[in-house]
Design a protein around this ligand. Sequence first.
Ligand code: FRU
Length: 428
Amino acid sequence: MTPEHSGRATPRWTREHASKIERTDETVVPIIYPPREDAAPEINGWDTWFLRERDGSIATVGGWRVIFSLTAPADLLPGKRHDVAEIRYFYSRDGETWFDGGPVFEGGTRGSRQWAGSALLDDDGRLYVFYTASGRAGEAEITYEQRLAVGSGGSVVADDDGVRIEGPFAHGVLLEPDGERYEREEQSRGMIYTFRDPWFFEDPRSGKTYLLFEANTPIPEGAGACGDPVWEEFNGSVGIAHSPTGDPTDWELCDPLLEGICVNQELERPHVVVRNGFYYLFVSSHDHTFAPGLEGPDGLYGFVADSLRGEYRPLNGSGLVLTNPANAPYQAYSWVAFSHREELLVSGFFNYYDLGGLTLDDVATLSPDEQRAKFGGTLAPTVRVALSGDRTRITGTLSHGRIPLESEELPDLPEERLAHREETRRGY
Ligand code: FRU
């Protein structure tokens, strides 16, 4: 524990907050329709992040934007994609049509496959791709160990034809759970263990360098942490590490930023957006990871504080910022919020649709062809959100995968609210 972080109570997402979760006009996005065209039909993509500069702004290299996605072959069952996930990059000039640049790494990665992360183009031009090393390289049977790792030293080369990410990358494990602040796999009593999704963040107020991640807080059996012992197995947290030197490969674990003990097991892909002096912390979570007695949909959940370490208050009283309609509850997931001028934009991936009331577990009972046909496997329409203090309101959507530059003015609202319905996807 670094001295500046000691002796502080970790902010909580409580059952009282979460009991207020409900779908409202402000939080439900419109139905997503499948794209008519697929420029990369052989690949499914899901969790996606942007190439960013140290101050968090979206990088442009020679006029191109670059995104990174977890990908798997589209002929694989979508439910199996996490077992083979590979990070590919895509680039775009207009922030809308994304061209496939291929796999980022040529080998040498940690883990048997790579899960979500973040990407930093540092001031000296060095590229750092943070990722979750899931399992162990070369393992005979797949395991679910998770460690935070980085591929560093690559470069981003751009010309008129596009972008190439070039190695060699040096791969290393940055952080493993300590068993005290952050649960190790063998301590896990819950259904899904997490120590993943590293997200680089430089605090604009202090200039300090952090890595956020998804984790769980260890709760020994009989600890009496919740009103019901079963709820204790739902112990999701947002972890944070500090780099004392600012070096993106040098980290020390700190106390968690937020805990959802007794509330939810998975606070996925945590990230922070700073606006008007407020710190907005966002996570994605699933309906099936809420503790018994609580009901929340697959959604983007958010919290606001006046400093990085909190005290965080749930946005809209409950935490729910954005969710899918009740009749298409799994149509999108794994959202990333980012600032765009006066508003907030939220990018996610197009997940399962046209399920006719089936749950995600039921999907496995469908024929392989049906499972593949009902998986979007691409970027979802970008969602526009108005943000005011601790309230949010969905105001409209943009086309699939649209990532505008800060300098770009978006069309006035609300005319384009449902514009994505008419859009054809023109790239990844
Ligand atoms: C969210 C997620 C991430 C993880 C990835 C694995 O969609 O669960 O937390 O890194 O998927 O595919």
